[in-house]
Write a protein that binds this ligand. Structure first.
Ligand code: ADP
Ligand code: MG
Ligand code: MG
Ligand code: MG
Ligand code: MG
Length: 637
């Protein structure tokens, strides 16, 4: 979750008073950083993945599976190696929101060699094994986007109880003990978001309308300790959730790319934006919430609502009085503007920002597009501030900038170089849901990285209006979206087609057509990747690995293989104990997670999800000869 400042968190009242202070200095810090680093050139392609995991504890006698609240203990041990020798570890581990979650990244970012695609999966496997070694018997590390029974009765190990009248969340369902206790940031964010909003967050996700779901699905919230506010916020026929943990307690798969300079970073940021909903639909993996089957396949709206700190005024429910702006989206949502000149004409949604901040950025030599992006991020208040960090040296520190930047949780993130580091301008790709196996996660990572190579080499143009990307985001989350929905996509991505009629620049395609192509109409992203690869010198093992990954992507897109979400649904709704009432009992949950564990451990196969061939030629390191041969071929030595 971005920056982890140390120190004592301020209360919401104190933070609120310092809100303008953080904004003012955050903007100055960005200006100083920009002036120092705008002309930075020559950084090479580097990239890395982030995988989030859930710790699960099985009880084979009681036939239960619960989230295990031991991340803090395990993380302490995992971090020891890094603390001793930070530059030579194979993995890095970070806390995440849940007391049952971990985030792992490779020890070092990968580079520009194609052979790096052959080490991604081995590194993911290494991470899984490394953490698994520290677990208790019957405890398992799982890369699951959502634990199906989060917030359902008795979902944690050890047993905990929600505290509707006290603590950070005040949830009827999600106990504060399930929030990562090792760093104050997480509970502080939870409390401050709730206090800023002046009510609990409200998440309503449509229930899956199975035959035995009551015609009016409405839960008795009073019996859970509701003071009336939850009943008001809960919608009929929806799964109602009331805490940050329901969203931030989900796991995702993220990717960060370093660009050679700020211009290339803008291009990547923009070109990857239309891919966000496409990749969200393709990686859909979260059909279950709070022990119920829902009617959506992705976590996005859940996580977006779970940190929606906007007041009623800001959400347009009351006239503006205390607050400055109407704000159309949560601070966790899809981006609102492109950053490159090429993207400018597709910026068709109104951007909210403070004119003074915008003007201050312009006056300091920042162009209109970047200025409005930063000014738009800075409409938000700080929701987590530490006393030690209030007063800073704006010439050197960037904490106030990072404070706002890292709590704008958007589909894409434009990351400036950190102060005094060798790291360049980067962009982060953040929509994907995490898959259950390393094979699938490596496939998604490698496909996305390859796409960036193809986009930059062939100068592809994927841009469509932001409003269409927004529409795609909502379509992507629908049940079975990758099979049944159509998505706005650019008709001709290979030439920068000039057209008087912007309408005709884009049209609706299925995921299958976007990924695999449509005869004579659209080339398809995987065929483009393949044509790029055909011109590259790649060693046999890497070639084989990449092909297996691309096949998985192609088959998911064509519907020949199920998406994770579709497979999870099928497993639950065909379980012997399932009563067609959308309820995931402890036993159904146990059997499902056991099966997932068997698949991940290669004890059983799952061809409907993974296909026949799940073995890649992945290796932990690139053989020296391969690296040398590839370097030679790319530099023409
Ligand atoms: P955050 O949580 O803020 O997104 P993390 O540090 O957890 O950031 O993850 C950043 C990702 O970026 C990791 O996969 C890491 O390997 C990768 N990375 C590190 N340095 C670079 C770099 N110079 N260029 C590109 N990616 C990098
Ligand atoms: Mg994370
Ligand atoms: Mg991270
Ligand atoms: Mg993060
Ligand atoms: Mg990240």
């Amino acid at each position: 979750m971005g920056l982890l400042s140390e120190g004592s968190p301020l209360t919401w009242e104190e933070t609120k008073k310092l809100s303008d202070h953080v904004r003012k200095h955050g903007v100055i810090q960005f200006i100083n950083l920009y002036k120092r680093l705008r002309d930075r050139q020559g950084d090479i392609l580097k990239w890395g993945d982030e995988v989030e995991y859930i710790l699960v504890k099985f009880d084979d006698d009681a036939k239960t599976a619960k989230v295990s609240l031991r991340a803090v203990e395990i993380l302490k041990i995992l971090n020891e190696k890094e603390n001793e020798d930070p530059h030579n570890v194979k993995s890095l581990w970070r806390p995440e929101y849940g007391a049952y979650m971990l985030e792992g990244t490779p020890g070092k970012p990968y580079g520009g060699l194609l052979a790096h695609f052959n080490v991604v999966e081995a590194n993911m496997r290494y991470r899984r094994q490394e953490a698994t070694k520290l677990l208790q018997p019957n405890e398992v590390l799982m890369s699951l986007t959502v634990f199906p029974r989060v917030g359902a009765p008795d979902f944690t190990d050890p047993v905990t109880h929600p505290t509707p009248n006290a603590g950070a969340s005040r949830s009827l369902f999600f106990p504060d003990e399930a929030i990562f206790p090792g760093h104050p940031r997480f509970k502080t964010l939870t409390r401050n978001i709730r206090e800023r909003r002046q009510e609990k967050v409200a998440i309503n996700i449509p229930i899956y309308r199975d035959e035995n779901v009551p015609l009016l699905f409405k839960e008795d919230l009073a019996s859970k300790g509701d003071d009336g506010s939850s009943s008001k916020a809960a919608k009929d026929n929806h799964i109602y959730m009331d805490a940050m943990g329901f969203g931030m307690g989900c796991c995702c798969l993220q990717l960060t790319f370093q660009a050679c300079n700020i211009e290339e970073a803008r291009t990547l940021y923009d070109q990857l934006t239309p891919l966000c909903p496409i990749m969200l639909a393709l990686t859909a993996a979260s059909p279950f919430y709070r022990g119920y089957v829902s009617d959506v396949d992705c976590r996005w709206n859940v996580i977006s609502s779970s940190v929606d700190c906007r007041t009623q005024e800001e959400r347009g429910l009351k006239p503006l009085k205390e607050n400055k702006f109407r704000i159309s989206k949560s601070r966790y949502d899809s981006i609102d503007s492109y950053l490159s000149e090429q993207g400018e004409k597709y910026n068709d949604v109104p951007l909210t920002y403070d004119d003074e901040i915008y003007k201050q950025l312009l006056d300091n030599g920042i162009d209109h597009l970047l200025a409005q992006h930063i000014a738009h991020l800075f409409i938000r208040d700080s929701v987590s501030l530490f006393s030690e960090k209030v007063h800073q040296n704006d010439l050197e520190d960037t904490d106030h900038f990072e404070n706002i930047q890292s709590t704008n949780w958007q589909t894409m993130r434009f990351k400036p170089p950190p102060p005094n580091s060798s790291i360049g301008w980067r962009v982060e790709f953040r929509p994907c849901e995490v898959q259950i196996t390393d094979f699938e996660n490596a496939a998604i990572v490698c496909f996305t990285v390859l796409l960036t190579r193809v986009i930059l080499s062939y100068k592809l143009n994927l841009l469509i209006p932001i409003s269409k990307v927004d529409q795609n985001m909502s379509r992507a989350q629908k049940r079975d979206a990758s099979k049944v929905e159509k998505f706005w996509f650019r008709r001709d991505i290979t030439s920068d087609m000039k057209s008087d009629n912007a309408q005709s620049e884009y049209t609706e395609f299925t995921i299958n057509e976007i990924i695999n192509g449509k005869n004579g109409v659209f080339p398809g992203l995987v065929p483009l990747v393949n044509s790029y690869l055909a011109n590259m010198n790649v060693d046999a093992d890497t070639h084989c690995t990449i092909q297996r990954y691309l096949k998985l992507i192609q088959k998911r897109a064509s519907g020949e293989l199920l998406t994770t979400a579709a497979w999870l649904r099928k497993e639950v709704t065909s379980h012997a104990e399932y009563k067609h009432d959308a309820v995931i009992t402890q036993r159904i949950n146990y059997d499902l997670l056991k099966k997932i564990h068997s698949i991940v451990s290669n004890d059983i196969s799952c061809p409907e999800l993974l296909g026949q061939c799940v073995l890649s030629k992945t290796t932990e390191t690139i053989p020296a000869a391969v690296a040398k041969a590839e370097k030679c071929s790319t530099t023409n030595c």
